[in-house]
Write a protein that binds this ligand. Structure first.
Ligand SMILES: [Zn+2]
Length: 135
């Protein structure tokens, strides 16, 4: 009886290890695109300033894996022309489950990028940091 329980626990640990490895790989199976349909004067595609004065970057993620994923978490950095980081932000898709091929929107809010700092932003780097298999 005891031996059987030990085997079960060992089995669960192996499964857990596999799912962690999978999760790390699936972030690369998500394509990130910035919203390019709306453009604001003097600003990059997908960016806007909200009522509270923060820089926001809006875009979409697409599930390129062959299993449902979600929620997908993205992280962004706003950089100036010298490559200095002006602000960071993270966001998750509102949709908790994306079927293979499906897209979902995200909205990164850079709360430290306000006022004159917004004009200093020359580049964003946006990447997927978490793309778990959806349950
Ligand atoms: Zn805001």
């Amino acid at each position: 009886m005891k031996a059987r329980l030990a085997w079960l626990i060992a089995g669960l640990m192996v499964v857990h290890g596999v799912s962690l490895a999978l999760a790390a790989n699936l972030a690369e199976k998500v394509k990130v695109e910035l919203e390019s349909t709306e453009r604001h004067a003097g600003m990059e595609p997908g960016t806007y300033v909200c009522a509270a004065g923060h820089l926001h970057v809006r875009g979409t993620v697409q599930n390129l894996a062959d299993v449902p994923l979600g929620p997908i978490k993205v992280a962004g950095r706003a950089l100036d022309s010298a490559g200095k980081v002006l602000g960071t932000a993270t966001a998750s898709t509102e949709q908790r489950k994306l079927s293979p091929g499906a897209k979902a929107g995200f909205d990164l809010e850079f709360v430290t990028v306000t006022g004159p700092r917004i004009q200093q932003v020359k580049k964003h780097e946006i990447k997927v940091v978490d793309a778990p298999v959806a349950r």
